[in-house]
Design a protein around this ligand. Structure first.
Ligand SMILES: NC(=O)c1ccc[n+]([C@@H]2O[C@H](COP(=O)([O-])OP(=O)(O)OC[C@H]3O[C@@H](n4cnc5c(N)ncnc54)[C@H](O)[C@@H]3O)[C@@H](O)[C@H]2O)c1
Length: 315
């Protein structure tokens, strides 16, 4: 079967992993990479044996490229994604996808108009334990009725990130996770955020999301904790489910017994990019739609507004 021709725009900390995984997957052919930093572009391209570009417009003229990952700085994602869609390429854009909700909506509309597949890099959805939690919530098996959930995503400030704060960069993962686990959208958000070390943006935030029927979720994110924690706890009427995203371990704790279902460890990015390729070539049902990105971004923006105005915001 013909491989899907792919390229990556932005090959910094994260984009170089996209490029490596595309090279490893059997169903994709990494055609080229682009980074505005010429030295970086050259180094990654020669490591992977592909062509290097510093200008994405030039690269996108290559007809062998059918799909593109956009992994540039958060504030240039929307512009680069729009360029790729304009050139007729299927797009996976990293989170937070855009700076404003309007930009994000324009991307979804452009993809629809051109009949292109368009998705957002919500990597957590490709961790098997999270999918197990979602299935349990949906079927009520083991967990019973969903009550609430809490997420913690804390670490030191990755200093290369200078164009957005912890809400749009980090908490947005958990905002998307909560929408995914609850299977519906929150109806209100109340948040408190602030900055301690970061000069321009918030580096800590607590975000409370209210869901229909008295259900709620709490998202804690910061760039101040000296160690890295990424966890999710989901409370149901019959059991608690706890997931560690780093080890991918899942614990189900009920009054009668504690169980720890085992899933074979898999690199989430590999699962995500394989799925992206399958969506394009086999038209499989997408796990993440552009609209999910728009929604998560709009909730993140509302959380920042809530913190600034010191009041809950209806969504
Ligand atoms: N889904 C995830 O789990 C996850 C994890 C890490 C980062 N990310 C996202 O990936 C993106 C990149 O993050 P990072 O940590 O790799 O940042 P980074 O600063 O390490 O890399 C960004 C790269 O993009 C290049 N770049 C910027 N604008 C460009 C443009 N217009 N054209 C070509 N190259 C350009 C820069 O030179 C740099 O090499 C961010 O949007 C971030 O939110 C997602």
């Amino acid at each position: 079967m013909k491989k899907l021709g792919v390229a990556v725009v932005g090959t910094g900390f994260w984009g170089k992993n996209h490029a490596r995984v595309y090279k490893e997957l059997e169903s994709t052919e990494l055609v080229a990479i682009c980074d505005r930093d010429a030295q970086r572009a050259k180094a990654i391209a020669s490591q992977l044996g592909v062509k290097a570009y510093t200008n994405s417009s030039k690269m996108l003229k290559n007809k062998e490229i059918e799909a593109v990952s956009i992994c540039t700085w958060s504030t240039s994602l929307a512009k680069e994604a729009m360029k790729a869609l304009g050139a007729g390429k299927h797009v996976l854009v990293e989170k937070p996808m855009a700076t404003t909700t309007k930009q994000a909506e324009n991307l979804v509309a452009a993809a629809e108009e051109n009949g292109l597949h368009f998705t957002v890099g919500f990597l957590m959805r490709f961790i098997p334990g999270l999918r197990h939690i979602r299935e349990s919530v949906e079927s009520k098996q083991k967990i019973g009725d969903l009550v609430c959930a809490t997420a913690k995503r804390v670490s030191q400030w990755p200093e290369r990130i200078g164009d957005v704060g912890v809400v749009k960069d980090t908490a947005i993962h958990d905002i998307d996770v909560m929408r995914f686990v609850f299977g519906e959208d929150p109806i209100a958000v109340y948040a408190k955020a602030g900055c301690m070390r970061h000069r321009m943006f918030e580096d800590y935030a607590l975000i409370m999301l209210a869901f229909p029927g008295e259900k709620s979720a709490l998202v804690e994110s910061n760039w101040l904790t000296p160690y890295k924690t990424r966890t999710l706890t989901v409370t149901g009427s019959d059991a608690i489910m706890r997931l560690d995203y780093i080890t991918q371990e899942l614990w189900i704790e009920a009054a009668a017994e504690n169980i720890q279902p085992k899933f074979p460890w898999q690199e989430p990015l590999k699962a995500e990019l394989q799925h992206f390729a399958d969506c394009v070539t086999k038209k499989v049902e997408p796990v993440v739609r552009g609209a999910d990105g728009v929604k998560a971004l709009s909730i993140a923006i509302a959380a920042l507004k809530s913190s600034a105005k010191n009041r809950a915001i209806k969504l």
